[in-house]
Ligand binder design. Structure first.
Ligand code: SF4
Length: 377
């Protein structure tokens, strides 16, 4: 009799069969089937943090904590606190693991060979592909429920956005600033006709471009406002890309956390104007500048490459203001002046760029305090 729950039952049989097989073979090493994926993932990603491991294998916190404590007690792994950030626990395998790891892989292989014995190579390959795609979809479904990072645009190729790298750019949505000269008003206000990029499509695009692109730029809106950013960066990192983040600097704690977790390789921070004219330049008159100052200091004294940059608009910037701004950034590594370019999407209409000669004069003034370049002429 054909059951209506065929898929459910087949999945359950596969899972139980694999568990029993692993448990039996692994009992020699005092390991259980639930511990094997943890051990293999740590071995393949020495130094991985607990949180990254949880994301990588879609493990829940309770399962992973129990599994890791047991593996440590058994002498298979070490759990060490990160030297720079006491909140991060890093995982490495011990000698005991290295002694048995080839046997563990062999056990995994043995089960798979037996289970697929009646299939030819092309059927096995097809099954692996379909299973992988279904698992990825299931992973995305879990992420969806955890409020994933929402991306509203992809620039598939850029030679300009990521210094020294061939890259693509992902555009997030939403921003806590209202810069009158902003050219992404649709992203800032999340206009109703804006279509979110399907997560699977985005991942497939990035998978296909491996080896062709070197980096991924995360731009805005302001990407650090979104809860799912860390998960997205981990996923991009797993695919082997370098990551550049564009930010308005309003979330220094989140920025530091992601830098500390080594999920960002390069930061481009917009510094909108000198402190006295910051509020009017971002469209928020009573703006508290302290988070911006914190981000500036974080980058100046941090460990990763970065740039400060300002979109120069005639109505908001002049020699005096840019001089005060450059004095503030003194000690920074590099500063870019970018001329304002008018477009249909700017928040406020009727703004103007400075003349090219003015920009060169601003460059000379700023260069006295921080190495300054002009981009976009
Ligand atoms: S320019 Fe950047 S910070 Fe300003 S509103 Fe647009 S996206 Fe936000």
């Amino acid at each position: 009799m054909e059951s209506e729950s065929k898929l459910l039952i087949d999945t359950s049989i596969l899972y139980r069969s694999m568990q029993k097989f692993y448990d039996k073979r692994l009992s020699t090493y005092d390991l259980g089937s639930g511990q094997l994926p943890l051990l293999l993932l740590i071995y393949e990603n020495e130094g991985i943090s607990m949180q990254q491991l949880a994301k990588l294998g879609s493990f829940d916190k309770g399962t992973i904590t129990r599994g890791l404590v047991k593996l440590e007690e058994q002498g298979y792994i070490q759990i060490k606190t990160n030297r720079d950030d006491k909140r991060i626990r890093q995982l490495t395998t011990c000698e005991k693991t290295k002694d048995i790891i080839s046997k563990a892989y062999m056990i995994r292989r043995e089960w798979w060979e037996q289970a697929t014995k009646e299939l030819d190579a092309s059927q096995v390959a097809l099954f692996e592909d379909l299973q992988h795609r279904i698992a990825n979809r299931a992973r995305v479904m879990e992420i969806d429920e955890d409020r994933h990072m929402r991306i509203f645009g992809i620039q598939k190729l850029t030679l300009l956005d990521y210094p020294g790298k061939v890259a693509c750019t992902l555009f997030s949505g939403g921003c806590n600033f209202r810069c009158p000269y902003c050219q992404n008003s649709d992203l800032v206000f999340l206009s109703e006709d804006l279509i979110e990029i399907d997560r699977m499509d985005m991942e497939q695009f990035l998978e296909k471009r491996k080896g062709l692109l070197e980096g991924v730029c995360i731009s805005g809106g302001e990407a650090l406002l979104q809860e799912g950013i860390e998960e997205l960066l981990i996923r991009i990192r797993q695919m082997g890309y370098a990551i550049k983040l564009d930010t308005n600097g309003s979330k220094p704690k989140k920025l530091k956390e992601l830098i500390d977790k080594q999920l960002i390789d390069y930061v481009a921070m917009d510094v909108k104007n000198d402190p006295s004219h910051y509020g009017e330049t971002i469209g928020i008159s009573d703006f508290d500048l302290s988070p911006i100052m914190e981000s500036v200091e974080l980058l100046k004294h941090g460990r990763i490459p970065y740039e400060f940059r300002t979109t120069v608009v005639k109505e908001y910037h002049n020699e005096e203001r840019l001089k005060a701004l450059a004095q503030w950034l003194k000690g920074g590594s590099v500063y870019y002046l970018q001329p304002f370019v008018d477009s249909e999407k700017t928040i406020l209409k009727g703004l103007h760029p400075h003349d090219t000669q003015d920009l060169y004069a601003f460059q000379v003034i700023c260069n006295a305090y921080i190495p300054t370049k002009i981009r976009g002429l």
